[in-house]
Design a binder for this molecule. Structure first.
Ligand code: SF4
Ligand code: SF4
Ligand code: SF4
Length: 323
């Protein structure tokens, strides 16, 4: 796949369709694959990487990149195409300045899950009949492949590309996903148990802002959390109330726009399952306003930006008997 992507990128650069390419290159470690812009065949040959650890969604980078002169080639996995569509709908990207090649999705791997098995010094991985063979500086290690899969890939909602100019490989289908299972478990807890669960998780937050910075729905040029008068700009939260509010406010801001791309949880250095908060919103929107998938198209009106006479009233939370 990597070779096919590099070859096609070189062709599109050579024939002038695009003048640069956004993809990924290796960071400090083998599993540390990071978005990068390439401007020549030589740069692609030297640094372009697409492997089991290439999970970063490049859609958000296109907010800035698509406003520059010329056209950029972007390789988008199925989940990334939902983010791009949502950004198009919100007029945050300039669609005609991006040439999109849809590429197959994961499953992608989570280096943290490999390290949690005590495996360090990772140099590379290979999936052999669902056994993951891990080459390390200390020799070869193995573990079951599916135990190393990223959470967002384990509950993938769709292998279908919702926007592309061309595809490498076949397109997939929208999947029957188990993504609301954990949300249902939380719903079945008592209010106190649920509060304790979230306090336990959110108290780990070090306010690094990685979740906000990576989120394709968080593209506000002036973010509310950068307001020095708000009291929420601290590096470390002042108290538990403020600690909760950062996440609750962000979840409300992206409600109805979050495509469930899973990037917020993926990048959190404290392993806080932020996607559960966002999925609760998605699940509630589905049940209160009808099934809706943000980013599925660029024209439909989002439930929270629309008004219908039979929309539920604000009192619905009380009527549903939510504790
Ligand atoms: S809130 Fe998380 S899952 Fe939702 S769009 Fe942002 S990064 Fe993706
Ligand atoms: S947290 Fe809210 S204000 Fe800040 S970038 Fe995200 S959506 Fe915008
Ligand atoms: S990425 Fe994790 S630690 Fe960083 S601000 Fe977000 S929740 Fe907190």
């Amino acid at each position: 796949m990597q070779e096919a992507m590099i070859n096609r990128a070189k062709q599109l650069l050579a024939d002038g369709t695009v003048d640069r390419v956004i993809g990924w290159k290796r960071g400090e470690f083998a599993y540390d694959i990071t978005p990068a812009v390439f401007r020549s065949a030589e740069e692609l040959d030297a640094d372009f990487v697409f492997d089991d650890f290439t999970s970063a969604n490049v859609s958000k980078y296109l907010v800035k990149e698509s406003k520059k002169e010329g056209k950029i080639l972007a390789f988008l996995k199925p989940c990334d195409t939902y983010s791009f569509n949502q950004l198009t709908k919100e007029h945050r990207v300039v669609r005609e300045n991006v040439y999109i090649i849809g590429i197959p999705g994961g499953p992608k791997l989570d280096a943290e899950k490999i390290k949690a098995k005590g495996i360090t010094g990772i140099l590379g991985v290979k999936n052999e009949n669902y056994t993951l063979k891990i080459e390390t500086v200390y020799g070869e290690e193995t573990m079951p492949y599916y135990e190393a899969v990223l959470d967002k890939c384990a509950s993938c909602k769709s292998k279908k590309h919702v926007v592309f100019d061309e595809l490498i490989g076949d397109d997939g289908e929208v999947l029957e996903s188990n993504r609301f299972e954990m949300v249902e478990k939380l719903e079945n807890m008592t209010a106190q148990e649920r509060f304790d669960f979230w306090r336990d998780q959110l108290s780990k937050c070090i306010r690094c802002n990685a979740c906000r910075n990576v989120c394709p729905a968080c593209t506000c040029e002036k973010c509310v959390f950068d307001n020095p008068n708000s009291g929420v700009e601290n590096k470390a939260p002042a108290d538990s109330f403020e600690e909760n509010m950062f996440h609750i406010i962000r979840a409300f801001h992206v409600a109805g726009r979050c495509t469930d791309c899973g990037e917020c949880s993926r990048v959190c250095p404290q392993n806080i399952p932020l996607h559960l908060l966002n999925r609760k919103f998605i699940k509630d929107i589905n049940s209160l306003y009808g099934e809706y998938q943000a980013g599925e198209d660029t024209t439909s009106r989002a439930p929270l930006n629309d008004y219908k006479q039979d929309d539920c009233e604000a009192s619905i939370v009380h009527e549903r008997g939510v504790e």
